[in-house]
Design a protein around this ligand. Structure first.
Ligand SMILES: [Zn+2]
Length: 283
């Protein structure tokens, strides 16, 4: 707390000095706060709260999967030059976490929360907590923009609270509660809505599936009457399809929302809710 007050004070002094030079309250050449984000969900949070006050760079290329992102030298420069770097620890993007240690102002949005699973954005309430952290950081960097940041952060949190209620209501009464997923992305979502995640592979989607694990999952699918094995958009569905075939059930895409989206986060989560309700037999 003391550190953030000191940073806030120095930021206010800096803003005053910059205003005296006629360059406004922001930190970039165009007066906007330069935010670098590890992947699309964090970029979206920065854009939603920052509005016109920020220029956001998403380090993960379109169509790429963000786990274990490798940075180019240009991207490392962008991290060094950023006013604010947003990333998730827990082994999600270790290259960015290492580069961020040299950056002026970098925030691991996982450390503010309990637990080690980086997939916090799949629980709207956890994403709202991360949004609050981003809001505070932006105010500390650009006090002149505080009113706008506050207004947009409140609107975003209201949207997330409504989404959370919709998810909770939609998943309250279901015939089944088991999620057989491609990688272990849905732990926070499962805990939030009282579901049971049964992933084929671990926290990172690149891990090779264990044959014993697959055999156990075939047994589980049959024992629990699971109707659907979930695949992802950005990872090959080969193994999930083989499991579904072996167990005699369907596959459907349950998006871990690790890539860029056509619409926003809320729309994508509602699509996931529809997929879940069908697969789990919710009423
Ligand atoms: Zn993941």
């Amino acid at each position: 707390m003391r550190r953030s007050i000191a940073v806030l004070a120095s930021s206010v002094l800096l803003s005053a000095a910059m205003a005296a030079c006629g360059s406004g309250g922001g930190a970039g050449d165009d007066g906007r706060v330069r935010v670098v984000a590890g992947f699309a969900r964090l970029a979206e949070v920065a854009e939603r709260i920052g509005g016109d006050g920020v220029a956001v760079t998403d380090l993960t290329p379109p169509g790429a999967e963000p786990h274990d992102l490798e940075l180019t030298s240009d991207e490392i420069d962008a991290v060094d030059d950023a006013d604010l770097v947003l990333y998730l620890g827990g082994g999600f993007q270790p290259g960015l976490a290492a580069a961020s240690r040299r950056a002026g102002r970098a925030v691991d949005l996982l450390t503010a929360q309990d637990g080690k699973d980086p997939h916090i954005w799949l629980d709207p309430q956890r994403l709202a907590e991360a949004a609050t952290v981003v809001y505070r950081e932006l105010v500390a960097i650009d006090a002149a923009g505080a009113d706008g940041y506050r207004r947009r952060a409140a609107a975003f949190r209201d949207e997330l609270a409504a989404l959370d209620q919709e998810m909770a209501a939609g998943l309250a009464t279901c015939e089944r509660r088991e999620l057989v997923t491609a990688h272990e992305a849905f732990g926070h979502l499962a805990r939030r809505y009282d579901l049971v995640q049964e992933p084929i592979t671990g926290i990172s989607p690149e891990a090779e599936p264990d044959p014993d694990r697959l055999a156990d999952l075939v047994d589980l699918v049959r024992a629990k009457g699971v109707t659907t094995v979930f695949t992802e958009r950005l990872v090959s569905p080969r193994v999930a399809r083989a499991l579904a075939r072996e167990a005699g059930v369907k596959v459907a895409v349950l998006d871990p929302l690790e890539g860029r989206l056509d619409g926003g986060y809320g729309d994508a989560m509602r699509r996931n809710l529809g997929v879940l309700r069908t697969a789990l037999g919710c009423t």
